[in-house]
Design a protein around this ligand. Sequence first.
Ligand code: GLP
Length: 235
Amino acid sequence: MKLIRTKTYEELSTLCADLIADVVSSKPDCVLGLATGSSPIGTYDELVRRYEKGELDFSKVRSVNLDEYVGLDGTHEQSYRYFMDTHLFNRVNIDKKNTYVPNGLVDDPAAHGAWYDENIVALGGIDLQLLGIGLDGHIGFNEPADHFVAATHQETLDPSTIEANARFFASKEEVPTSAITMGMKSIMQARSIVLIASGKKKEEILLRAFEGDVTPAVPASILQLHPNVTVILSE
Ligand code: GLP
């Protein structure tokens, strides 16, 4: 694992955008694994700036997102599809039909999850997976548990996650109680992984994830087993 510490969130975003831009430039039809949350917003803004300057071309890029809330339509302002559209997809020349976000409205999440994983393989696998980390150590929405879940699946959100994400909704009661998340297999099969985290509040969980035991009680700890992980942490 490579750990990079930056002073500011802006520096973190620039460095993270550098890593993504390298992949896009060297492989124009790459598959980007993308994340939501507040952490990647600066990275997406930076990618948009580079696109506007003519430095990046997303026309052949394919993307797969980590997760989506169950019950939210893609037009709901708090859905992750909406997040991706507004923060990145609508602002660059990516072909929307090449952007995949789990569908939170499906009747059969297990079948959808199986299809989602097969589709990632059919696309050729993820070249770079971007990750944030939840305060409870979740990646995507893989919550602490007694085992790792391999497949893309429906996950019940921890009360602490609902609490943490309530800031985006009018009230805590409006936060969906479950989500569809990419499982550990697709995440771990990515050729490279970049995890970004900012602020003091993430420090403790990062220590547990990267210096503690590999355990499903701290889902991000599984990344210790991946051969190509970069962690960018801003103070
Ligand atoms: C959310 C997302 C994760 C994200 C995490 C951290 O619940 N499902 O993919 O990494 O929380 O979010 P933030 O970057 O806002 O701290």
